[in-house]
Design a protein around this ligand. Structure first.
Ligand SMILES: *[C@@H]1O[C@H](CO)[C@@H](O)[C@H](O)[C@H]1NC(C)=O
Ligand SMILES: *[C@@H]1O[C@H](CO)[C@@H](O)[C@H](O)[C@H]1NC(C)=O
Ligand SMILES: [Ca+2]
Ligand SMILES: [Ca+2]
Ligand SMILES: [Ca+2]
Ligand SMILES: [Ca+2]
Length: 356
């Protein structure tokens, strides 16, 4: 069993709530034993950052196969995502959004074309990647305290178990003496999945050690072609029921269906299925033959795919293009502020032109 299978055992409605909860607590990775972590305070950030995150900014699917609901905001806001939280002052948000608008509008004709939006999305995606590179430096340092630039699987394994509450020295001693670690089954499964990923991230010629770059692709598979393939393989394996390494619509939408106990949870489930169906049919299955192959999924998940960025740009424009002329004007983007930034602008209607 893999990390994802463990996660997907959770009924969807519960896992949705948990996802929201964990992100609210700013945890980067999902812990192996969720019930244990739910009750106590989250570990320090550093502990969690040595685990590959389930959610990758600017990537369309999460590692557990869920759609990334914040994708379009992530690729529109880049590293400035946190600045638009719900409590921040509408006036300030509006000013920031106007600033963004003028940056996207490179030819300064006061409207945003699909091409301009596409370029912007690529730029913001690159920002997320640079952010990952920066954070990886810190994470790598945490697992490579002697700073020789190389980490073995055993060293990482010790750090991982320490972050799970095991005694670091004791585990290190046991590993040295080749003794049984006596970890519970669930942790063992997570370890095996991590080990698989660890050795995938070891670039040829494989030396069983990860350097900082390789560790980056261990944590962030999205920017390495080989690891992207690996991530897609893992996701397909977890969703593929008949084992033909391809996904049908029914396989794609049969991930944890709710044990819906109330109407609200049932509605979440219905939305969940509707959105996945739409995404499968309209976007992921690029040749529309009803089957999603590994290649199609790989194209879909590749954050540096310019064709996807153009599609995303067109989709964003379509959402807010009230006068239907295929470009976004400032009024339109301000009116749809919640869609673009996640926060409403109460006073959007107030004289838009005063800022110019
Ligand atoms: C998860 O943690 C809870 C609370 O600490 C514990 O009771 C339970 O046995 C753990 N489950 C596993 C599979 O380790
Ligand atoms: C879209 O409409 C706005 C406002 O009327 C206009 O300024 C802009 O040039 C139009 N864009 C296109 C492509 O027609
Ligand atoms: Ca323009
Ligand atoms: Ca299949
Ligand atoms: Ca297809
Ligand atoms: Ca328009």
């Amino acid at each position: 069993m893999t990390l994802r299978r463990i996660w997907s055992k959770w009924p969807n409605s519960i896992s949705l709530v948990l996802v929201v909860l964990f992100f609210a607590m700013d945890i980067q990775a999902r812990p192996a034993n969720m019930s244990a972590n739910r009750d106590k305070k989250p570990n320090s950030k550093e502990d969690n950052e040595i685990l590959p995150p389930d959610h990758l900014n600017g990537v369309k699917l999460e590692m557990d196969g869920h759609l990334n609901k914040d994708f379009h905001q992530e690729v529109f806001l880049g590293k400035d995502m946190e600045e638009f939280d719900e409590d921040s002052e509408p006036r300030k948000n509006r000013k920031k959004l106007i600033e963004i608008f003028s940056k996207v509008d490179t030819n300064v004709d006061r409207s945003i074309s699909a091409k301009e939006m596409q370029r912007w999305i690529m730029e913001k995606t690159e920002e997320h990647f640079q952010q990952a590179v920066k954070e990886n430096k810190i994470s790598f340092h945490a697992i490579d305290p002697d700073g020789d630039g190389h980490v073995t699987w055993d060293e990482y394994r010790v750090k991982f178990l320490a972050s799970k509450g095991f005694d670091e020295k004791e585990v290190a001693e046991k590993i040295k003496r080749n003794e049984d670690l006596k970890v519970d089954e669930e942790t063992q499964e997570v370890l095996e999945s991590l080990k698989d990923r660890w050795f995938q991230a070891d670039n040829p010629p494989a030396d069983q050690l990860l350097n900082e770059d390789e560790f980056l692709s261990f944590l962030h598979p999205e920017h390495s072609r080989g690891m992207l393939k690996y991530m897609v393989k893992e996701i397909v394996r977890d969703l593929d029921q008949d084992g033909n390494k391809k996904l049908t619509l029914s396989e794609f939408i049969s991930l944890p269906m709710g044990t819906a106990e109330n109407q609200e949870a049932q509605d979440i489930d219905d939305d969940w299925v509707r959105e996945r169906k739409k995404e499968f049919e309209e976007v992921i299955d690029a040749n529309h033959d009803g089957i999603v192959t590994m290649e199609e999924l790989e194209e879909y998940m590749d954050p540096m795919n310019e064709y996807n960025a153009l599609n995303e740009a067109k989709q964003m424009i379509a959402v807010a293009d009230e006068n239907q002329n295929h470009t976004l004007e400032l009024e339109e983007i301000l009116r749809y502020s919640e869609y673009f930034t996640g926060s409403k602008l109460m006073d959007y209607a107030r004289n838009v032109h005063e800022e110019f």
